[in-house]
Design a binder for this molecule. Structure first.
Ligand SMILES: Cc1ncc(COP(=O)(O)O)c(C=O)c1O
Length: 709
């Protein structure tokens, strides 16, 4: 680019001051050497008054994705209606109060649990189970459907013991069952149904199977459980037949059909003719033929399909269910003992609250509309084919468990705001004296463009100058001081041309990989918002950066197509107390989460609605995995590690070391909630560590598990 003849020594601020443009330089031209004054406190007060809880609710679209369970209360906190729309005014649970109770110091009546914190609401889970069953029941009764709905919960969505036990217990009146996709899932489903399930509840055994899996499923039948072995592949038939002969247990067999109906979204990759699972038409006929020749066609009683999670519309759903119902009728015609049509999962969740079918983040129907579409499609096809209406089973997972938990985590520091932070100090004469000719030319051109008000050119030259200087620094031709001066200059230019207002980065005490793995893996977005201070205008645009040493450990896409999240100024730097909630994450995230950087899961509380003063009771509380736990998960032996390290230190330091093994891996900001008591190390044993006797060391490794309060 030709160099313009301008005064090479013209100070940058002067150049920008001469072209003040109210739109681009809202506070006037940036001035060199003069730090910007901090935000005026009267302005802040006025802003607070202009804002309201209702405006926050609208800003984060809480009613869109949260109804009927989550809302912003008059105190500006996120609150929970544990019984959905049937919740009475005095039964609403303030989430900020739950967090205060769970994390507050024990001396003050808190539970001393470290963050992050997963808050489970079993009442919400009950409401989901009841709502799903009520929706199908209504669809069945209102259309005169000739059979009933009898669903199962696919445990893969959340295998947490209490979640599964709750669902089985709440579902007992509806004969609600479980679906398993692996041997351990089958074991937990068997024991849970045996202990508290309805005797008629289905136990649907999906997933690829070997002899051990099939034998387990047949054993479940021998125990009186209503287990159905669903063939995912034609080859599984001989495993079922052999195991059945060996054990002398007659199986109930299901078959997964590979439908032609294709769900186009991300979650639809399992559907369509090229889908990963299921039998095509020829394979279905082959299985029927083999079962017939073995005299076992009566064993084939269930037809299953799954066109993918988050089915976007009832039109697609009806299409898929209709196709499956035709296969069901064909199987009945061929002589199979058909009784159940299992429509799989796919009942969607409105993560962004838009009630639309445009993205995987939402679906364009309600629970009731989903149920009505399924019942109508099955009924229509069976009526046409004169086939008795089957029991309708669904494997709805996401829709059952997504709402029941909220992940609460803290933001503890934030990058400084470019508008509020002092302008960089750039000594122009010093800068120029250090620059090579080509860089000086860039500087002159930059100044000339600034004088003309040509901001695009200005930005181009600033970028070129920065790159050239970086190259020269790498070659050892530029001193660090000059590099810093150039960076400062370019920052002034960026602010001047209006590119300096990038969202601020809020650092959060969380691992995205552990707690929100789908945000990293598949770009899933969950509603995230501060759970308090919602009567204050969230005046900062921020992105969230987690604790892991990984550039992917961040959240930069938010519901509503946002690249940043409206947030408040933090109460301070390096302190806790600014709580964010991640909602609708009750499905899949817990089991998919990994141990990247050895950050384990969160503390967990189970919170039930109660008639006490705060409307809630914490019925279970447990700290998350300690450093020792996560080390053990990677085959380390924390006890041995401790002994090795202890030999190199004194007793007092050994006690601190023991505390480090026993604490959760996350940051702790409040001295009251750090240390052994809340970290999984019993307080008695912490005191005894200083004694360093063998027995006392034993005690040191007694971690509290499943602390119940
Ligand atoms: C076979 C099967 N059933 C049920 C589900 C649960 O689906 P959803 O969570 O969408 O209800 C899945 C999940 O993908 C699945 O693969």
């Amino acid at each position: 680019m030709p160099a313009l003849a301008v005064d090479a020594a013209a100070p940058v601020a002067h150049a920008f001051a001469s072209c003040v443009d109210a739109a681009r330089f809202p506070g006037g031209a940036p001035m060199l050497m003069v730090p910007t004054a901090a935000a005026d406190s009267t302005t802040t007060t006025a802003t607070k008054q202009e804002w309201s809880a209702d405006l926050s609710s609208a800003l984060y679209n809480v009613d869109g994705w949260g109804a009927p369970y989550f809302f912003v209360n008059d105190d500006g906190d996120v609150a929970v209606r544990p019984h959905g729309a049937a919740t009475l005014a005095g039964q609403e649970i303030d989430l900020a109060k739950v967090v205060a109770k769970a994390t507050g110091p024990r001396a003050a009546g808190g539970l001393g649990l470290p963050l992050p914190l997963l808050v489970r609401f079993p009442d919400v889970l009950r409401h989901r189970v009841e709502s799903l069953n009520a929706a199908f029941d209504y669809a069945v009764r209102s259309t005169g459907y000739g059979s009933r709905y009898q669903g199962v919960y696919p445990v893969k969505c959340n295998q947490d013991r209490h979640v599964v036990e709750d669902i089985v217990e709440f579902g007992e009146p509806f004969r609600f069952g479980l679906e398993a996709g692996s041997k351990p899932e089958l074991l937990l489903a068997m024991s849970c149904l045996a202990a508290r399930g309805n005797p008629d509840a289905l136990l649907v055994c999906n997933g690829y199977k070997d002899d051990a899996y099939v034998s387990l499923a047949l054993t479940a039948r021998a125990m009186g459980l209503n287990a159905v072995v669903v063939l995912e592949q034609e080859e599984e038939l001989h495993i079922v037949v052999d195991a059945s002969r060996r054990l002398g247990i007659r199986p109930v067999i299901g078959m997964r059909a590979k439908l032609r109906t294709k769900h186009a979204g991300h979650f639809g990759s399992t559907s369509g003719e090229k889908g990963k699972f299921g039998l095509n038409a020829a394979q279905i006929l082959s299985v029927v033929g083999k079962l017939k020749s073995l005299g076992m066609l009566d064993c084939l009683q269930l037809l299953h399909f799954h066109i993918g999670s988050q089915i976007p519309t009832t039109a697609l759903l009806s299409d898929g269910v209709g196709e499956a119902a035709q296969i069901y009728c064909e199987l009945a015609r061929l002589g199979a003992g058909m009784r159940v049509i299992d429509v799989g999962g796919g009942l969607g969740i409105d993560y962004d609250g838009t009630h639309s079918a445009q993205t995987d983040m939402s679906v364009a129907y309600s629970l009731e509309e989903y149920a009505a579409a399924v019942v109508a499609a099955v009924g229509r096809v069976c009526d046409r084919r004169n086939v008795p209406h089957p029991v309708i089973c669904s494997e709805s997972g996401r829709a059952l468990v997504s709402h029941h938990s909220v992940l609460v985590f803290e933001a503890f520091s934030a990058s400084s705001a470019s508008a509020a932070s002092p302008h960089p100090m750039v000594d122009t004469a010093f800068l120029l004296e250090g620059l090579a000719d080509d860089c000086r030319a860039d500087y002159r051109n930059l100044m000339a463009a600034a004088m003309r008000g040509d901001y695009d050119t200005c930005a181009l030259y600033a970028d070129q100058l920065k790159r050239r200087c970086a190259d020269q620094f790498k070659e050892g031709l530029l001193a660090l001081e000059h590099l810093a001066a150039v960076d400062g200059l370019c920052e002034i230019v960026a602010r001047g041309v209006g590119c300096g207002d990038a969202p601020r980065t809020y650092h959060v005490n969380l691992s995205v990989f552990t707690s929100l793995p789908d945000t990293w893996a598949i770009g899933q977005q969950f509603p995230i918002l501060p759970i308090q201070r919602l009567r204050e205008r969230p005046a900062v645009d921020g992105v969230l950066s987690d604790l892991t040493c990984d550039s992917d450990g961040k959240l930069t896409r938010f519901i509503g197509g946002r690249d940043s999240l409206p947030l408040h100024e933090l109460p301070g730097h390096g302190v806790g107390g600014y709580y964010l909630g991640m909602f609708l994450g009750g499905a899949y995230q817990e089991a998919l989460g990994g141990l990247h950087n050895l950050f384990g899961g969160p503390s967990v509380v189970r919170v039930a609605q109660s008639d006490g003063p705060h409307c809630f009771a914490v019925t279970r509380a447990a700290p998350g995995p300690s450093c020792a736990d996560v080390l053990r998960a990677m085959q380390h032996e924390p006890e041995v590690m401790f002994q090795v390290l202890k030999q190199r230190t004194d007793d007092a330091t050994a006690a601190a070391l023991a505390g480090a093994f026993g604490a959760m891996p996350y940051l702790v900001f409040d001295a009251d909630v750090s240390g052994g008591e809340c970290s999984g190390m019993s307080s008695d044993s912490e005191g005894s560590a200083a004694g360093a006797a063998e027995e006392e060391d034993e005690e040191e490794w007694e971690f509290m598990r499943g602390l119940t309060v």
